[in-house]
Design a protein around this ligand. Sequence first.
Ligand code: LAN
Length: 643
Amino acid sequence: MRRARDVLARTQAADGSWKGDYSGPLFLGPVYVAGLYVMGRAPEPRVRDGMVAFTRAHQNADGGWGLDVESPSLVFTSVLNYVALRLLGVGADDPGLSLARAWFLPRGGALASASWGKFVLALLGLYDYEGLAPVPPEPWLLPRALPFHPSRLWCHCRMVYLPMGWLYGRRARAREAPLLAELRRELYPQPYADVDWGAARGRVARTDGYSPHGPALRAVHRVLGLYERFHSKRLRARALDESLALIRGEDEATHFICIGPINKVLDMVVWHVARPEGPEVRAHLERLPDYLQPTAQGITVNGYNSSQLWDTAFAVQALVASGDTTGGARDALERAGRYLEAQQVLEDSPDAARHYRHPSRGGWPFSTRAHGWPISDCTAEALKACLLLEPLGLNRVPRERLAQAVAFILSLQNRDGGWATYERRRGPRWLERFNPSDVFAGIMVDSSYVECTSACVQALVAWRGAHPDAPVGRAIARGADFLRRQQRPDGGWEGSWGVCFSYGTWFGVTGLVASGAGASDPALRRAVAFLEAHQREDGSWSETLQACRERRWVEGRSGHAVTTSWAVLSLVAAGEADAAATRRGVAWLRARQAAEGAWPPEPLAGVFNRTCAIHYDAYLRIFPLWALALAERPSGALTACGG
Ligand code: LAN
C-alpha cells in the first residue's frame, strides 16, 4: 500500500491534479484532421507525424480500425482513419492503406459507414449531401414545449447535432483539390458518379449497426427528406441564424473548449465558413491543442479536454483512505485541495436560459473550470473529497461554496429519485428510438444513472455528517430508492461509464450503504452473492467491454486489477471485509503488484454509450490502492466514502 501510494503521489501534476491519457476512441483523431483540412489547414509537422504513427499503430490485423483501440473493425472508423492518413500525407499505395481498402471496399466503403462518418466525408466533399439522412437546423425553431425540441436531447448529443445542422443547412464543404478527387476513387466500390445517393441514405454495414434504425426513425427521415426538397429559404435562414447564436453561446460558455472534441471541431468549422479568419476561428484554433494527447505510440485526441477533476477527486479519497496523511502524502493532498478549490464553477454560464443551460454555480466539471459544464457526480466526488480534507486542515473551499455545491446537486435530482449527468431529464424515454448515430446507444436523453445517483447520495450523506440539520434527508431517501429499483434480479447493477457490472455494483452498494443500509440488508446480500458468483478461481474479477455491449457479464482472459478493486471495495462496503472472497481478491491484488508499486497495464476500464472504450489513465493507480486501504482496515464497519 505504501508503494502504491508513492506511485500515485509521484504522478501528481504541478497544479495538484492528476492529468493523464484520456484517449481510446478512434473517430476523434480523424474528425480533428478533417476539420483542419476543411479549413485549409494541417496539423504542424510534429503533430502530423505523431498522428500518423498512432493511427498506424492501432490498425487492426484485418486492415480496418475499431470504434476504439481495443475493438473489432467498423466501416465508420476504418474509412475515417484511412482518409485521415491520406490527408496527413500517406500515399494510396502504402501497404497499410491497401490492406485497409481491401477490408472496407467489399463491405460497401463509404456507403456503408455509420452516419457520423458520412457526415464528415460530406464536409470533405467525399460524399454527397444527398446521401445523408437529413439533419436540418429548423427543429431549433420549434416551440420549446414540444417533447422532441432539440434542447431536450442529452447535451452531448445536441451539441454535436447543433453544428451539424448548421453545416448541413449550408451544405458546407472543403475546397476542391486533386487529393479529394483521388479519395473519391479510393473510398467506393463503384465509380463515384454512379452512386445512388438515395439508396445510400439508410445503408449501414452490419459491423456498424449497433443501434438499428426502427420504423419511427425511418419515417422521420422520409418526412425530413421531403422537407429538404421543398423548404422555405427564409425559414432556413432564420434557423441558421438561431443555430449560429447557440453555437456562439456554447463557444463562449466554454472558452472555446466546447463540451467535447467533436462539437469543438464542428463549431470551429462553422466559424470558418461563417466568418473566415474571424476572431472566433482564432479563438478556436488556440484551444485546439488542448485535446491532443501524446502516447507511447504517437499523438491522438482525447475524449474530453482532460479527466483531471474526476481523477483528482478519486485520488484524494484513495490517499485519505490509505491512512497516512503525513509527509509526502500530506503535501500531495494539500496540492490536490488547491486544485479542487480552483476548479469549482462559481457562476452560471452567460445567458444560461437562452442557451438551454442548467444553472452551473457551485458545480464541478469533469476536467477544468474553464470547460464550464459541471456534472452531478463530478460535483459529488469533489464535495466528498473536500469534506475528507476538512478535518486534515487541507480543504480550501469555503463553507458557502460547499453549500452551493450541495444546492447544485439537489437541483439536479430527477423525479424518479435518481441523478443524470449534466442536467435533469428533459426528454421522454421514447426519444431513444430516434437515435440516428448507428454506433452508440443511449445518446438521446440524459436520464438517471446508478453511478451519478450513488455519488450524489454519498455526497449528501457526507454533507449531512458535517451539518446534521441540512435538509437533504428526503433527497437521500429518494436516491436510495432509485438505486434499489435499479438492482437487477441477479444482485448486480449495470454500469454505464465503466466496464461494467463490477463498476455499477460498486456504486449501487456504496450508495445504499451510505444511505443507511446495514450488512444484512437483502439488497446488499444479493450484491455480495452476485460478486462471489463472478469471482475467478485465482481470486480476481475480470470484465470486458463486450459486457457493456451485450448487457451481461462477459469475462476477460485474465483478472483485471481495476475490476478486482471495484469488487473488493463493494464487498468491504457491504460488511464483507473478513470474508474469504475479499481476502482472496486482496491476495490477488498484492501478488499482481509490481516491485516498484504499480500494477501492469490492462484493458481499458472506461466506456460510453455502451459501445466505446475510453482510457482512464489514473484508475490503475487509484483503485487498487483504495481497495487495499479499505480492506486492510481493522473493521468492516466503514462508510462508503472511505472515511
Ligand atoms: C464522459 C466523461 C465523464 C463521465 C463521468 C463523469 C465519469 C460519468 O460518471 C458521467 C458521464 C461522463 C460525463 C461522460 C459522458 C460521455 C462522454 C462525454 C464521456 C465518456 C467523455 C466522452 C463522451 C462523449 C459522449 C464522446 C462524444 C461522443 C458522443 C456519442 C456524443
